[in-house]
Design a protein around this ligand. Sequence first.
Ligand SMILES: *[C@@H]1O[C@H](CO)[C@@H](O)[C@H](O)[C@H]1NC(C)=O
Ligand SMILES: *[C@@H]1O[C@H](CO)[C@@H](O)[C@H](O)[C@H]1NC(C)=O
Ligand SMILES: *[C@@H]1O[C@H](CO)[C@@H](O)[C@H](O)[C@H]1NC(C)=O
Length: 501
Amino acid sequence: MQLFSFPILTATAAILATFGLSSAAVDPQGWYQAHPGLAKIGKVDQSLHQITDSFGRVRFFHGTNVVKKEAPWFRPFEFKPGDSFGEQDVKNLQQLGVNAVRLGHHWAGSEPVRGSYNQTFLDIMKKQTKLAEDHGIYVLVDVHQDVFAPQLCGHGVPEWFVKPDWVTSWKRFPVPQKLKPFSVDSKGIPSASDCNSIDWSLSYLTISVANAFGRLYNNNDNLGDAFSSYWKQLAQQYSQTPNILGYNLLNEPWVGDHYADPTLLTPGVADHKTMEGLWNRAATQIRTVDPDTLIWFEGSTYDILSGFNNVPLGDGSRTVHSFHYYKPPQLGSLDTTLTNRQKDNVRLKTAGVLTEFTFWMGNQQQMDDLQTAVTTADSHMMSWFGWAYENLYNGSSGDFHPELAKHYSRAYPAAVSGTPTAFAFNAADSSFSLSFTVKKAVDNAPTELILPKPTYPNGYNVTVDPADSLVQFVVDDRTLALFTADATQDGQKIKVTIQKK
Ligand SMILES: *[C@@H]1O[C@H](CO)[C@@H](O)[C@H](O)[C@H]1NC(C)=O
Ligand SMILES: *[C@@H]1O[C@H](CO)[C@@H](O)[C@H](O)[C@H]1NC(C)=O
Ligand SMILES: *[C@@H]1O[C@H](CO)[C@@H](O)[C@H](O)[C@H]1NC(C)=O
């Protein structure tokens, strides 16, 4: 492995040595020895609408999604490009500069028998979370689903959730997507070939899927309580884990039973009419065992503006609005969506993060759109998670698709000791800049830039304006720390520029 050379750092060290600064001077190495490991995530700053950590620094995340959508509901540890999540996977992600993973924690894997949790499965998820922690990666615990249940050709909830007699026989799945119900096995599950014959995304419009979501939201047969108890179980597993970024309550929730209440199809209505009650119910259970961890909530996938009356339990300093961008169901540009989500942040007094968007190989238009998306996210100072990790690999060779790897390897500020005002990465020449106003963090924790090695193979030059306002320190081969110098006052405006060597 080729080592970086950092003439500027050497110069800084020489100056410090020459002038023999007092013991009060910034001591980067000592600081990192005194503060090992990942900083715990703190609250949401409700005026900046950004996530902060326990040092009070504003935090940004570039992440990916790791979700196994079939039994055993986790990816194996042994490296298999595109289907594993173990040591080699987290090493690869660390090298690329990724600092967060939205990790699927399937209810189907956790509670195979109602009321009885599978600790073997939960321990596997915890082990993968720990591997991520050991490689500088935060984990967003995500209860994932798409079209809900195996009886509905989907996945997410356990097999015991859906009862065959919920819907009159001739209206059963996938009526009216198909005119006749599929034949099913003894568990009520259709064949794979029948499931493959329909477009899953349109299955949300079926009577049976609407009915099942309605029963979850209405707490029919205490199913909303069962969902909430599962969340309490997860929170018990993770309340003391340092690298937990949050609890993502439910992926892409459907609006509810729109046959019983067609108004739910109006964008924004389901958010407050059906989902908000369940999010409160689950959040209440989480808070009995975990007072702090951020609760991430989603609304209907085709919202324009969010329709929630309030965030779960009403305290936006402890929540994050988790939203996706695909077109469809979103209609306008990502820029428009992010502008609308910022309006949601202001109204709901919380933060928002883009937790899924198109991040796989496609035609030239799609690749151009991906380039535009990551640039647009920077201009909104928006954290993101691409969909999805497995698409990063070109077949079984273990090689990355360069077109995807380069976007994961963008420079960004993982932590800012102050108020960020702008940051931008220029993919053409790999230059990066960050502007912020100093507000010294607890224990003078540093600003941290992620400058991934694939993007800066020969290192980088750092320019700080004003020149002596920050003290530089290379933490590892992707992280540059910038400590606020002793003489630098709160309110000082600083611009940092990175040039590729
Ligand atoms: C619990 O999870 C493990 C790991 O996936 C699996 O091998 C085992 O069969 C599960 N137990 C039950 C009762 O489903
Ligand atoms: C995937 O790898 C193969 C074999 O190395 C190569 O020919 C092909 O161009 C690669 N495809 C992409 C999209 O990178
Ligand atoms: C980086 O700094 C070195 C001196 O340390 C200088 O020779 C070089 O031209 C600089 N490169 C860029 C791209 O600014």
